[in-house]
Design a protein around this ligand. Sequence first.
Ligand code: NDP
Length: 287
Amino acid sequence: MSAHAIDGKTLAEGLRASFKARVAALAARGRRPGLAVILVGEDPASQVYVRNKVAACEAVGLFSEKIVYPADVEPATVLARIADLNADPKIHGILVQLPLPRHFDEKAVLEAIAPEKDVDGFHAENVGALAQGNPRFIPCTPYGVMKMLEANGVDPAGKEAVVIGRSNIVGKPMALLLINAGATVTVCHSRTRELAAHTRRADILVAAVGKPRFVTAGMVKPGAVVIDVGINRLPPEEGGKLCGDVDFAGVREVASLITPVPGGVGPMTITMLLANTVEAAEREAGR
Ligand code: NDP
């Protein structure tokens, strides 16, 4: 039997529509939510991500400010701008597009963002709050995954969850969210031995590896929920299309629910960035 494919695009559209009323209510009080996006350098993928984020803001009525620097900019210039944005009442969320050029200390830049404007949830204070089970901002991609599980009636409590990947952006916060939701969580990575022995135990399997079609049918427990976070560009000889970390066609025959790529987790990530920015503005307005 083929698994049901979770439609992230429709779920994202519904959530974005629901933000419009909240944004309008804030704007009516003179508190229109604002997001500042900082891009350093000319990385083509980062340019696309930033353009999409700014367009998504405009579509729901958020104020957005795109700040672009050349790749050789002095880190002190960017840090000074972040300090200005921290104090700017029009701005409720600040996002620095990663990766930064090599001469930057990425951690220092993320730590310069005021924690109450850190809508990516990467500041150590916000990571700590998430680890304690009391999050202020949840990193957008794993937050989107939790929303997809919720929307499809999947309660992680008591389930075996396996996350492949331990990055600060996806794997680690994903594992924390699943722990906080009551799952028994295993985190796998490049040093994991017998990977398939772990993945085959998973009721919920999250792949955040960055390798096309890495998870195959034989690695999946029958009836599992499979979430594919990966976004990989296939080489031109294979059509040059986007592809996830999961072999969708094969795994679909084993899983009960599965997210496609594109149209799965991807649309949810920007949606949760909007959610965090609206939330930040509501908190500020309530103070
Ligand atoms: P990273 O490269 O930072 O992390 C990849 C993880 O996969 C690492 O923890 C690595 O282990 C692990 N890994 C690599 N090879 C293996 C292997 N053979 N067996 C087991 N584990 C392995 O990537 P990100 O977390 O940033 O992103 C993961 C994927 O998700 C990428 O395709 C990215 O494009 C995509 N992505 C999608 C988003 C969306 O909106 N849908 C948002 C963010 C990312 P180790 O730590 O040991 O090196």
